[in-house]
Design a protein around this ligand. Structure first.
Ligand SMILES: Nc1ncnc2c1ncn2[C@@H]1O[C@H](COP(=O)(O)OP(=O)(O)OP(=O)(O)O)[C@@H](O)[C@H]1O
Ligand SMILES: [Mg+2]
Length: 207
């Protein structure tokens, strides 16, 4: 099957800092791809590069057969790529409903509001609340629900569980040593992409 997204030889810079060195991966329709890497490895920069949100990028990023490397981010969004940023981007001046309705639809086939409320019942209960008065997890639901409505074909979720994963505690370390386990950490080389075969088709980072 042809790839929906094809990233080839992508380099990206912030000013003089050369961050991405030849990133390559594919995402096919209906596939979940997870980017794994240590802090500072360049996962967020990869997603921003796909979205056209870094100062300078080179290489080839094609989406549904269309080359996007020279397009501005608003044109990339209209092609059907959506980014849910790590900082979520919830507007404090808007309530939950207004935040949900803010991004324009880019295609037919996005989730209906009713379906979003079924997926995230907390949002229905807080419709009139100021967006930033929700809990961290609820704001994450709002940020994800917002892009599900747009009909985007590729959903990129940056670190969606960062604030919700349990951090290893000192006690975990002591337990691991008693059992002679290795350190409770998993290291994956910079830029390594792990494939998960089923799902809605987002690219996420750090599951
Ligand atoms: N706006 C910026 N200006 C300059 N350098 C930046 C900027 N944003 C990130 N960097 C640098 O780019 C590198 C990659 O950062 P990036 O945010 O892509 O990492 P990451 O893999 O998402 O890390 P984390 O797991 O901590 O989210 C880091 O060395 C970081 O310091
Ligand atoms: Mg990041």
């Amino acid at each position: 099957m042809a790839s929906l997204l094809e990233v080839r030889g992508v380099n990206a810079w912030y000013g003089e800092s050369h961050i991405l060195h030849g990133m390559e991966f594919d995402v096919r329709e209906g596939e979940v791809v997870t980017l794994l890497g240590r802090n500072g490895a360049g996962k967020t920069t990869t997603l921003k590069s796909i979205m056209g949100m870094v100062g300078r990028r080179e290489g080839s990023i094609s989406f549904a057969g269309r080359q996007t490397i020279r397009l501005p981010s608003n044109a990339i969004a209209r092609l059907g790529i959506a980014l849910c940023p790590e900082e979520r981007g919830i507007f404090a001046s808007l309530n939950v409903h207004e935040n949900l309705m803010l991004p324009p639809k880019v295609r037919d086939g996005g989730l209906a509001l009713e379906r979003i409320y079924e997926l995230f019942p907390n949002l229905r209960e807080r419709l009139a609340s100021q967006g930033t008065k929700l809990s961290g997890g609820e704001q994450q639901m709002l940020a994800i629900g917002r892009i599900l409505r747009t009909g985007a074909r590729l959903l990129m979720l940056d670190d969606p569980l960062r604030r919700h994963r349990r951090r290893p505690s000192l006690r975990d370390g002591a337990r691991a040593r008693r059992r002679h386990d290795p350190e409770p950490s998993a290291r994956v080389p910079h830029g390594h992409a792990a494939r998960v075969p089923r799902g809605l088709g987002p690219v996420g980072t750090d599951p």
